[in-house]
Ligand binder design. Structure first.
Ligand SMILES: Cc1cc2nc3c(=O)[nH]c(=O)nc-3n(C[C@H](O)[C@H](O)[C@H](O)COP(=O)(O)OP(=O)(O)OC[C@H]3O[C@@H](n4cnc5c(N)ncnc54)[C@H](O)[C@@H]3O)c2cc1C
Length: 448
């Protein structure tokens, strides 16, 4: 095959075929698959994005947008195509009382730092803020306040998108809603998000965070269900963790406040089995709370686990089958099956707060996220974990569950078809309209 020349592609940013840049774009946080692109386009404007998409269409190449590359299994990679790196498109524009206009390559950490200067915050933050705005809006973006506000894609006022045909368009729930709904949680199939307008609310000054440990998963879920109904806490999560004494089950909840409206600890702790000798209550600034994973990241960097493979499966189960699913996967799970710092994140969300058509969740009034943060010490162990993830996925589907496809679960065309269900038809129509030459994320396109 003749070598592809990129001499006709002029960018304000940078187009690179440097082996180091190529190697970087062929990796992701998952560290499981590596697909080698022909070039990496480091874009600095919407015009750059148009230039790359037009060039790719004219030369029969596929383009994959990349935010921070924190996907687990190649979602932001482009085999023999162009990786469109948005990390330099990272300005925070207007911040007004109720919204912010932000470039898609901005990390949530940078966005929050900017909005907090105005005493404001996005409603929903992911646990880790090193992800990009465009990256999580292209997948969903779930966090501890999702039980109140939905996922991040449910909290977008409008988007500027360069569609696959190279045209810069604005879309919202009322302006080109077909595009809006095909881009949010659309994994970059129809267009590249270059800018988003996101609603803001008053940021709390302080956070009272409470951690309670239970000996069984059933106790944890019973408390989570009760608290979900009561709306006692602003933040609601939970974890299953390895310990020397076996698995422990952690309720992780928080109440947000700004003085003088301080929460009453007795009310917060009422009936949740808090044991002062075992459990923890702490008071943090909102920023300390939002960046609470930074310490863990520093620790994982020190042990090398931040760079090892991360076969993380993310699943959603209907409440009615969550107990069965968790019992089944925990039955013969060993600590080694999760790796040294592994854990399982699990928390409930009421389905009525979720409205993004492509964010596919079980048909149930309440769903549970069950996400395993697995750390593999080698490639073969990662492969075994990926196979185990696939078995978990099959079990989940039999129990009415779905995947959150940012994770490391092998997904064939048929899986995508099942996953998308009725949402496939409008997505396919949007792809045909906005990416008629099939440039974007070609490997995700389904046959009609
Ligand atoms: C430590 C850690 C913690 C995490 N915690 C959470 C969490 O709490 N909640 C949660 O929901 N997820 C979480 N995730 C998963 C994370 O949200 C996703 O992996 C997300 O995609 C990461 O954003 P990114 O910028 O790295 O996206 P990338 O991995 O770069 O891209 C993800 C997908 O979106 C597409 N894409 C990226 N940018 C654009 C764009 N501008 N326009 C169109 N398409 C685009 C890519 O092609 C790809 O398909 C976590 C991941 C890690 C590593």
């Amino acid at each position: 095959m003749p070598e592809q020349s990129f001499s006709g592609l002029r960018l304000e940013g940078n187009l690179s075929t440097d082996p180091q840049e190529i190697a970087y774009a062929a990796t992701d946080f998952g560290g499981i698959v590596s697909q080698i692109p022909l070039a990496v386009a480091q874009v600095s404007s919407a015009q750059d994005v148009t230039a790359v998409l037009t060039f790719a269409a004219d030369h029969g190449l596929s383009v994959t947008p990349r935010g921070q590359g924190h996907s687990s299994m190649g979602q932001a990679q482009a085999r023999s195509g162009i990786v469109l790196d948005l990390s330099d498109l990272n300005a925070v524009h207007d911040i007004s009382d109720d919204r912010v206009v932000v470039d898609a390559g901005t990390t949530w950490a940078a966005l929050l730092a900017a909005t907090l200067q105005h005493g404001l915050t996005p409603r929903v933050l992911t646990d880790y803020l090193g992800t990009s705005v465009g990256g999580t809006l292209s997948v969903g973006g779930i966090g501890g306040t999702t039980h109140r506000y939905g996922v991040q894609t449910d909290n977008v006022l409008s988007l500027d998108v360069v569609t696959g045909d190279g045209v810069l368009r604005t879309c919202s729930p009322t302006e080109s809603p077909d595009l809006f709904n095909a881009v949010l949680a659309g994994f970059g199939r129809c267009g590249v998000i270059v800018r988003a307008t996101i609603p803001l609310i008053a940021a709390p000054a302080r956070v009272r965070r409470i951690k309670v440990y239970y000996s069984t998963a059933a106790e944890l879920r019973t408390q989570q269900r009760k608290l979900l109904g009561e709306r006692r806490f602003d933040f609601l999560q939970g974890q299953i963790l390895p310990s020397d004494a076996g698995w422990v089950h952690l309720l992780d909840v928080a109440a947000f406040y700004t003085s003088p409206a301080e929460p009453d600890d007795a009310d917060l702790l009422d009936g949740i089995g808090f044991d002062a000798g075992r459990d923890k209550i702490e008071d943090l600034s909102y920023w300390e709370f939002a960046t609470r994973l930074d310490e863990t990241v520093t620790y994982l960097e020190s042990t090398g686990e931040w760079r090892s493979p991360h076969p993380w499966p993310n699943l959603f189960l209907p409440d009615r089958t969550t107990d069965t699913f968790v019992d089944e996967i925990m039955h013969d799970l060993t600590h080694a099956d999760l790796g040294a710092s592994g854990l399982i994140l699990t928390y409930p969300v009421p389905a009525d707060v979720l409205a993004t058509p492509l964010f596919r969740v079980p048909d149930a009034p309440t769903i549970f996220l069950v996400a395993a943060l697995r750390f593999a010490s080698s490639g073969p162990i990662a492969e075994q974990m990926v196979q185990s993830n696939r078995r978990w996925y099959d079990t989940a589907v039999n129990l009415g569950g779905t995947s959150y496809p940012v994770g490391a679960i092998p997904f064939a065309e048929g899986d995508w078809r099942n996953h998308l269900g009725e949402a496939h038809r409008p997505l396919a129509a949007a792809e045909a309209r906005y990416d008629p030459r099939g440039v974007l994320n070609r490997r995700l396109k389904l046959a009609p």
